[in-house]
Design a protein around this ligand. Sequence first.
Ligand SMILES: [Zn+2]
Length: 408
Amino acid sequence: MACALQKAMLLCNLISVTDGRLVDIGTSGRYITSVNPSSDRNPVQGPSPFISFQDAIVFPGLINSHDHLDFNSFPQLGNKIYPSYVAWGEDIHLQNKAEIEAVLKIPKALRIQWGVYKNLLNGITTVVNHGPKTNIETDLVSVYEDCHVLHSVQLDKKWKLKLNFPFAKKQPFVIHVGEGTDEEANKEIDRLIRWNILNRKLIGIHAVAMTGQQARHFKALIWCPDSNYFLVGDTAPVKDLKQQTRILFGTDSTVSAGWNLWNHLRLARQENQLTDAELYASLTTVASEIWRLPKRGSITTGQEADLVVAERKTGYSAMDAFYSVNPEEILLVTRQGRINLVDARLENAVFTAPGSRTGFSAICINGRTKYVRGDLPALMKEMKRVHPGVVFPFYTERTGEEGHAPSV
Ligand SMILES: [Zn+2]
């Protein structure tokens, strides 16, 4: 068995989340080259190195449709439940001014890098960033920025001009909309619809105040329930909205939501507004369709080898196991056939060739050691040098620094 880092590999004995079947997945370069039912015997030693799993589920690298990569060094900021994002923004800029300034002192490039890692640690391999283009070059996660970004109707002074600029590239316009429970949060949705004179493709974020009638005017809506409950104490009526448009899922950043995507998914699941399959699709197949990423979001031959393997809790069905995952239980994340995260329990199976661990660093999440590509401890150290109070949800083996994970 040679080192299974990049060229080709065979991942064996994995439980497919969608149908519970045991499968072996072969990859070569950046693509999936085979998906076959698992055989009892170990695969014959061929050109592909293999990793054999036990009691582990597999799903495609998740697509997070909403995050602000540069805002993930903030703690959740908020002092009460607000009627809308406008009231929230005003209040935190007054009451949490010192904290905001301290975090913003950390260079943006470093904050973005951490935002990328936050996604990787959750099993996300594609993230749609909201904000000015980062132009970040990273192999850790695909950062999607091929869209027009408008902040919101009430806080983006030029939204009408941008939306109706006749020479704008043919890309969807992504905008926070209806993030509140007051009248204005609902009215702004009508204003947006009315001013969409050129009939642009709109993708709305939050939509807490939206009705099914209004949802018809959107190509898709991004549901961020964890952020919604924290900010405005309510969430989008996706049960109604899904009748009229497509539903995607977003984490938002840690300024308004916990860092653990899996808690967001459990919150969403409790809502009973989407079926398990619909919620799963909002992070996989529907997201790949709406963002036009046809080679992502499912595990079939020819797709990009964006794969996540996680432990299955004993006795859980494949789907129940998916919804019970936490970052510490993620065993492996590949993006385009390259391993970017691996649990220490797989160390011997993965890092077989001499020196193959080079380029990875060790971190500890809730007692479990993970090797991640790049020097995450060094990144943390650099950020803490500027703002010692910044909190990370892991600690490093090298220094034993950090360790508290408030929102895990
Ligand atoms: Zn946002």
